[in-house]
Design a protein around this ligand. Structure first.
Ligand code: NDP
Length: 282
């Protein structure tokens, strides 16, 4: 079994650098996929209230027979629950569905520019109290741009432990990743394979062939060498295994430069821009 490196967060807690993401895993298939990932050796699961499969994560843990304390679990506050009282009810429901007394990491999923009068500070203060009360060991944000982080730095006590943002070779997002680093915030790269768009990228094939690896493994390794935390998603058992086998080879500086030439800037985004996205579930 590979040894997944751990990264120390700014609050002293540790996070496994590779995890398993469950966005778009149907609720009824989540337990099986999570149990498979745990059997393979993953010890970090990234879910969210919005994914509607937190219960499946708990079932997968039980099915795999792995101790809750051995697994780093992240969940995220849904977009309709930013008011502090709603946020508290939301984390309590998340803990119930996950069958746990605490999550290891709890994130504000989106900053939502046009909702709640543009105020995410009250929401962040609610998360600060969840951490103080032990419901979340670490707290962080997702899809925050540099200007959102500035507001938290100016008005809040706790610096987010992580900022989970879209990053992959088609969208390097260096400005936000660099800003995270300057503030001591760990970058989590969501959609590390560009939601699957990168898996047949011909401009990486020669690197994969030389190393005896697949294109997805090369891309995931690139993230690891950049220092990002990742959680590729797959419902395919062989791919869940393949994505875990990325710690027995190294990319050269030249490989990394080749991969970064794929950057398309804003055109490379697979998801919405955080300054525009204001979806709230009905
Ligand atoms: P990924 O970049 O992880 O790609 C997943 C897709 O690639 C699936 O279609 C999967 O297919 C396919 N795939 C995975 N591994 C392989 C492989 N080895 N070979 C070939 N195909 C492969 O996309 P996601 O968008 O799911 O992102 C990963 C995680 O990031 C999410 O699950 C979620 O946890 C997080 N996320 C967070 C967001 C946020 O706003 N905070 C937004 C989006 C994602 P298949 O499943 O059929 O095998």
């Amino acid at each position: 079994m590979s040894d997944v490196p751990k990264i120390t967060l700014n609050d002293g807690n540790e996070i496994p650098q590779l995890g398993f993401g469950v966005w778009q895993v149907p609720a009824e298939d989540t337990a099986e996929a999570v149990a498979k990932a745990l059997d393979v050796g993953y010890r970090h699961i990234d879910t969210a209230e919005m994914y509607e499969n937190e219960q499946g994560v708990a079932d997968g843990l039980r099915e795999a027979g792995v101790d809750r304390d051995e697994v780093f679990i992240t969940s995220k506050l849904n977009n309709g629950d930013h008011e502090p009282d709603d946020a508290r009810r939301a984390i309590e429901t998340t803990l119930e569905k996950l069958g746990t007394r605490h999550v290891d990491l709890f994130l504000i999923h989106w900053p939502l520019p046009s909702r709640y009068g543009g105020d995410f500070v009250q929401t962040w203060k609610a998360l600060e109290s969840f951490k103080a009360e032990g419901m979340a060991r670490s707290i962080g944000v997702s899809n925050f741009q540099t200007h959102h982080l500035d507001v938290l730095e100016e008005q809040c006590d706790v610096t987010p432990a992580v900022n989970q943002i879209e990053i992959h070779p088609y969208m390097l997002n260096h400005a936000v990743a660099g800003y995270n680093e300057s503030l001591g915030i760990v970058t989590e790269a969501w959609s590390p394979l560009a939601s699957g768009e990168l898996i047949e990228e011909p401009r990486i094939e020669h690197i994969a062939e030389r190393l005896g690896k697949t294109v997805p493994q090369v891309v995931l390794r690139w993230h690891i060498q950049k220092g990002y935390v990742i959680f590729p998603k797959s419902v395919t058992p062989e791919r869940i295994e393949e994505n875990f086998e990325i710690f027995d080879f190294e990319l050269t500086d030249e490989d990394i430069a080749t991969i970064e030439q794929l950057d398309k800037g804003e055109d490379g985004r697979t998801g919405p821009h955080p300054d525009k996205f204001d979806y709230v579930p009905a």
